[in-house]
Design a binder for this molecule. Structure first.
Ligand SMILES: [Zn+2]
Ligand SMILES: [Zn+2]
Length: 167
């Protein structure tokens, strides 16, 4: 009979995100998922085991990097910087290992990163400006705590033209 991956003395009641869990872990995971901020997508895996009395808790912070990592299938970093399904939730981990791209050369699929690395997103639309070839209009999709959802925003307007792009 399968055992809880956290409590080897207890029987598993099934798998959550591929992990065998006992009844207590199962309930704690459900509660932690419920406690996540509404903007976090996907929610079911953005929790981790903090041990002892704390048990399973929501992973603190915002969901931008986690959403981007899921959307783009990026699995990087160590266990301590990944959700239950192995996707990183820190901006530096999710966008790491990529090269900078100039605004004039940005393409759909490139990543956007705020100057202080507090937020990241995915370029979903690039519209060239014939009068200003080095400055296309760029639309960025991101999981935004400020907007409470996954939202599309323009680089020049919403982000005031501040931030960098990587590929
Ligand atoms: Zn357990
Ligand atoms: Zn996840």
């Amino acid at each position: 009979m399968a055992k809880c991956s956290v409590h080897p003395g207890l029987a598993s009641v099934g798998k959550v995100n591929g992990v065998e869990v006992c009844d207590q872990c199962n309930k704690q995971i459900a509660a932690a998922v419920k406690a996540l901020d509404k903007h976090v997508e996907p929610k079911g895996c953005m929790v981790w085991y903090e041990g002892g009395k704390k048990g399973w808790q929501p992973i603190p912070g915002t969901g931008c990097a986690h959403w981007l990592a899921h959307d783009q299938g990026i699995k990087r970093g160590g266990k301590g910087e990944q959700c239950m399904l192995g996707y990183p939730f820190r901006v530096s981990t999710a966008v790491g290992g990529r090269k900078a791209v100039k605004l004039a050369e940005v393409k759909v699929g490139d990543f956007f990163v705020k100057p202080d690395q507090s937020h990241c997103g995915l370029v979903v639309k690039v519209t060239p400006d014939p009068k200003n070839p080095d400055h296309p209009t760029v639309i960025i999709r991101s999981d935004s705590s400020a907007q409470g959802k996954v939202a599309d925003n323009d680089f020049d307007g919403y982000y005031s033209g501040k931030g960098s792009f990587v590929r």
